[in-house]
Design a protein around this ligand. Structure first.
Ligand code: IMP
Length: 209
Protein backbone atom coordinates (compact mmCIF):
# COMPACT_ATOMS: atom_id res chain seq x y z
CA UNK A 1 0.00 0.00 0.00
CA UNK A 2 1.76 3.13 -1.17
CA UNK A 3 0.83 6.81 -1.18
CA UNK A 4 2.47 10.00 -2.31
CA UNK A 5 4.28 12.51 -0.17
CA UNK A 6 2.80 15.98 -0.53
CA UNK A 7 4.48 19.03 0.92
CA UNK A 8 4.35 19.54 4.68
CA UNK A 9 5.94 17.93 7.69
CA UNK A 10 7.92 14.73 7.58
CA UNK A 11 9.29 13.03 10.70
CA UNK A 12 12.74 11.56 10.20
CA UNK A 13 12.78 8.49 12.43
CA UNK A 14 16.39 8.68 13.50
CA UNK A 15 18.10 9.89 16.64
CA UNK A 16 21.36 10.19 14.71
CA UNK A 17 22.11 13.89 14.05
CA UNK A 18 24.37 13.06 11.07
CA UNK A 19 21.68 11.03 9.30
CA UNK A 20 19.06 13.71 9.99
CA UNK A 21 21.23 16.37 8.41
CA UNK A 22 22.00 14.22 5.36
CA UNK A 23 18.33 13.28 4.83
CA UNK A 24 17.05 16.84 5.37
CA UNK A 25 19.55 18.12 2.77
CA UNK A 26 18.47 15.48 0.24
CA UNK A 27 14.80 16.34 0.71
CA UNK A 28 15.23 20.14 0.92
CA UNK A 29 14.40 20.75 -2.78
CA UNK A 30 11.00 19.06 -2.39
CA UNK A 31 9.35 21.53 0.00
CA UNK A 32 9.20 19.18 2.98
CA UNK A 33 9.79 20.33 6.52
CA UNK A 34 11.90 17.64 8.18
CA UNK A 35 11.50 17.15 11.93
CA UNK A 36 13.57 14.67 13.92
CA UNK A 37 11.97 11.95 16.05
CA UNK A 38 14.33 13.07 18.82
CA UNK A 39 13.04 16.64 18.85
CA UNK A 40 9.46 15.34 19.20
CA UNK A 41 10.56 13.12 22.09
CA UNK A 42 9.47 9.95 20.26
CA UNK A 43 10.76 6.69 21.74
CA UNK A 44 13.24 4.56 19.76
CA UNK A 45 11.65 1.16 19.04
CA UNK A 46 13.68 -2.06 19.31
CA UNK A 47 14.98 -3.21 15.93
CA UNK A 48 13.69 -6.77 16.20
CA UNK A 49 13.35 -7.49 12.45
CA UNK A 50 15.32 -10.14 10.58
CA UNK A 51 15.72 -7.98 7.47
CA UNK A 52 16.59 -4.37 6.61
CA UNK A 53 13.04 -3.88 5.29
CA UNK A 54 11.45 -5.12 8.53
CA UNK A 55 13.64 -2.87 10.68
CA UNK A 56 13.10 0.22 8.52
CA UNK A 57 9.33 -0.37 8.64
CA UNK A 58 9.35 -0.90 12.44
CA UNK A 59 11.07 2.50 12.87
CA UNK A 60 8.91 4.38 10.32
CA UNK A 61 5.61 2.93 11.59
CA UNK A 62 6.43 3.63 15.24
CA UNK A 63 7.24 7.28 14.44
CA UNK A 64 4.14 7.73 12.24
CA UNK A 65 1.84 6.25 14.86
CA UNK A 66 3.18 8.25 17.76
CA UNK A 67 3.49 11.59 15.90
CA UNK A 68 0.43 11.44 13.63
CA UNK A 69 2.71 12.59 10.76
CA UNK A 70 4.26 10.85 7.75
CA UNK A 71 7.58 9.32 8.83
CA UNK A 72 10.76 8.25 7.03
CA UNK A 73 13.21 5.73 8.48
CA UNK A 74 16.28 3.98 7.13
CA UNK A 75 18.12 0.79 7.93
CA UNK A 76 21.44 -0.18 6.44
CA UNK A 77 24.33 -2.57 6.77
CA UNK A 78 27.05 -4.69 5.21
CA UNK A 79 26.49 -8.18 3.80
CA UNK A 80 29.33 -10.59 2.96
CA UNK A 81 28.57 -13.25 0.36
CA UNK A 82 30.67 -16.06 1.87
CA UNK A 83 29.17 -15.38 5.32
CA UNK A 84 25.63 -15.93 4.01
CA UNK A 85 24.90 -12.19 4.05
CA UNK A 86 26.14 -11.52 7.60
CA UNK A 87 26.60 -9.24 9.47
CA UNK A 88 23.50 -7.83 7.68
CA UNK A 89 21.02 -6.43 10.20
CA UNK A 90 23.66 -7.02 12.91
CA UNK A 91 26.24 -4.74 11.23
CA UNK A 92 26.31 -2.21 14.06
CA UNK A 93 26.11 -4.91 16.77
CA UNK A 94 29.34 -6.54 15.55
CA UNK A 95 31.14 -3.35 16.60
CA UNK A 96 29.73 -3.29 20.12
CA UNK A 97 32.21 -3.66 22.89
CA UNK A 98 32.23 -3.17 26.65
CA UNK A 99 35.02 -0.74 27.42
CA UNK A 100 37.23 -1.37 30.43
CA UNK A 101 35.10 0.72 32.77
CA UNK A 102 31.88 -0.90 31.61
CA UNK A 103 30.96 1.84 29.10
CA UNK A 104 29.54 0.30 25.96
CA UNK A 105 30.99 1.68 22.75
CA UNK A 106 31.53 0.87 19.11
CA UNK A 107 34.86 -0.33 17.82
CA UNK A 108 34.83 -0.38 14.03
CA UNK A 109 38.37 -1.70 13.73
CA UNK A 110 37.37 -4.71 15.82
CA UNK A 111 34.26 -5.23 13.67
CA UNK A 112 36.26 -5.05 10.41
CA UNK A 113 38.79 -7.48 11.89
CA UNK A 114 36.02 -9.90 12.80
CA UNK A 115 34.74 -9.91 9.20
CA UNK A 116 38.28 -10.38 7.87
CA UNK A 117 38.98 -13.21 10.34
CA UNK A 118 35.80 -15.05 9.34
CA UNK A 119 36.66 -14.78 5.62
CA UNK A 120 40.22 -16.04 6.22
CA UNK A 121 38.91 -18.94 8.31
CA UNK A 122 37.21 -20.21 5.15
CA UNK A 123 40.62 -20.70 3.51
CA UNK A 124 42.63 -19.17 0.69
CA UNK A 125 40.74 -18.12 -2.44
CA UNK A 126 37.50 -17.48 -0.54
CA UNK A 127 35.24 -14.92 -2.24
CA UNK A 128 35.61 -11.39 -0.83
CA UNK A 129 32.39 -10.21 -2.47
CA UNK A 130 30.23 -7.93 -0.30
CA UNK A 131 27.54 -5.30 -0.58
CA UNK A 132 26.04 -2.47 1.44
CA UNK A 133 22.25 -2.19 1.56
CA UNK A 134 20.13 0.81 2.49
CA UNK A 135 16.37 0.53 2.89
CA UNK A 136 14.25 3.66 3.21
CA UNK A 137 10.71 3.20 4.54
CA UNK A 138 7.92 5.77 4.47
CA UNK A 139 4.92 5.20 6.76
CA UNK A 140 1.66 7.15 6.92
CA UNK A 141 -0.24 7.50 10.22
CA UNK A 142 -3.25 5.65 8.77
CA UNK A 143 -1.17 2.61 7.82
CA UNK A 144 0.10 3.11 4.24
CA UNK A 145 3.76 2.51 3.52
CA UNK A 146 6.40 2.54 0.76
CA UNK A 147 9.84 0.91 0.75
CA UNK A 148 12.92 1.68 -1.42
CA UNK A 149 16.11 -0.40 -1.46
CA UNK A 150 19.54 0.63 -2.73
CA UNK A 151 22.62 -1.55 -2.95
CA UNK A 152 26.34 -0.88 -3.54
CA UNK A 153 28.35 -3.94 -4.63
CA UNK A 154 32.06 -4.36 -4.00
CA UNK A 155 34.88 -6.45 -2.53
CA UNK A 156 36.52 -6.39 0.88
CA UNK A 157 40.21 -5.55 1.24
CA UNK A 158 42.69 -5.82 4.12
CA UNK A 159 44.24 -3.86 5.81
CA UNK A 160 41.72 -1.00 6.13
CA UNK A 161 42.52 2.11 4.04
CA UNK A 162 41.33 5.72 4.23
CA UNK A 163 39.95 8.04 6.85
CA UNK A 164 37.03 9.80 5.17
CA UNK A 165 34.06 7.55 5.80
CA UNK A 166 32.61 5.76 8.78
CA UNK A 167 31.80 2.23 9.88
CA UNK A 168 33.14 -0.42 7.49
CA UNK A 169 34.10 2.07 4.73
CA UNK A 170 37.90 1.47 5.05
CA UNK A 171 37.63 -2.19 3.89
CA UNK A 172 34.99 -1.75 1.17
CA UNK A 173 36.18 -1.27 -2.43
CA UNK A 174 33.13 -0.45 -4.58
CA UNK A 175 32.87 -2.17 -7.98
CA UNK A 176 34.58 -0.16 -10.72
CA UNK A 177 37.02 1.49 -8.26
CA UNK A 178 40.41 0.63 -6.76
CA UNK A 179 40.03 2.79 -3.67
CA UNK A 180 37.89 2.13 -0.60
CA UNK A 181 34.78 4.10 0.36
CA UNK A 182 36.93 5.73 3.06
CA UNK A 183 39.44 6.96 0.45
CA UNK A 184 36.75 8.56 -1.74
CA UNK A 185 35.67 12.16 -1.19
CA UNK A 186 32.21 12.24 0.43
CA UNK A 187 30.63 13.66 -2.76
CA UNK A 188 32.08 10.81 -4.82
CA UNK A 189 30.85 8.22 -2.30
CA UNK A 190 27.39 9.80 -2.21
CA UNK A 191 27.06 9.49 -5.99
CA UNK A 192 27.42 5.69 -5.87
CA UNK A 193 26.42 4.68 -2.36
CA UNK A 194 23.58 2.37 -1.36
CA UNK A 195 21.96 5.35 0.42
CA UNK A 196 22.09 7.51 -2.74
CA UNK A 197 20.57 4.69 -4.80
CA UNK A 198 17.71 4.18 -2.34
CA UNK A 199 17.09 7.95 -2.29
CA UNK A 200 16.96 8.26 -6.03
CA UNK A 201 14.32 5.50 -6.11
CA UNK A 202 12.29 7.34 -3.46
CA UNK A 203 12.53 10.64 -5.32
CA UNK A 204 11.62 9.03 -8.66
CA UNK A 205 8.55 7.37 -7.15
CA UNK A 206 7.34 10.09 -4.80
CA UNK A 207 8.08 13.16 -6.91
CA UNK A 208 7.80 11.68 -10.43
CA UNK A 209 11.38 12.67 -11.28
P1 IMP B 1 21.87 1.56 11.08
O1 IMP B 1 21.37 1.70 9.68
O2 IMP B 1 21.89 2.85 11.83
O3 IMP B 1 21.20 0.44 11.80
O4 IMP B 1 23.41 1.18 11.01
C1 IMP B 1 23.92 0.16 10.24
C2 IMP B 1 25.41 0.08 10.30
O5 IMP B 1 25.83 -0.29 8.99
C3 IMP B 1 26.13 1.38 10.61
O6 IMP B 1 26.39 1.52 11.96
C4 IMP B 1 27.44 1.21 9.82
O7 IMP B 1 28.39 0.55 10.55
C5 IMP B 1 27.06 0.29 8.69
N1 IMP B 1 26.95 1.09 7.49
C6 IMP B 1 25.82 1.51 6.89
N2 IMP B 1 26.10 2.27 5.82
C7 IMP B 1 27.45 2.34 5.77
C8 IMP B 1 28.36 3.02 4.89
O8 IMP B 1 27.99 3.74 3.96
N3 IMP B 1 29.65 2.84 5.19
C9 IMP B 1 30.12 2.11 6.20
N4 IMP B 1 29.33 1.48 7.05
C10 IMP B 1 27.99 1.59 6.83
Amino acid sequence: MSKKLGSGKLVIATHNAGKLKEIAALLAPFGLECISAGSLGLPEPDETGQTFVENALIKARAAAESSGLVALADDSGLSVATLGGRPGVYTANWAERQWFEGEPGRDWYMAMGKVEGMIRAKGPGTSREAWFTCVLALAWPDGGHAVYEGRANGTLTWPPRGTKGFGYDPIFVPDGHEVTFAELDPEAKHRISHRARAFSKLVADQFDQ
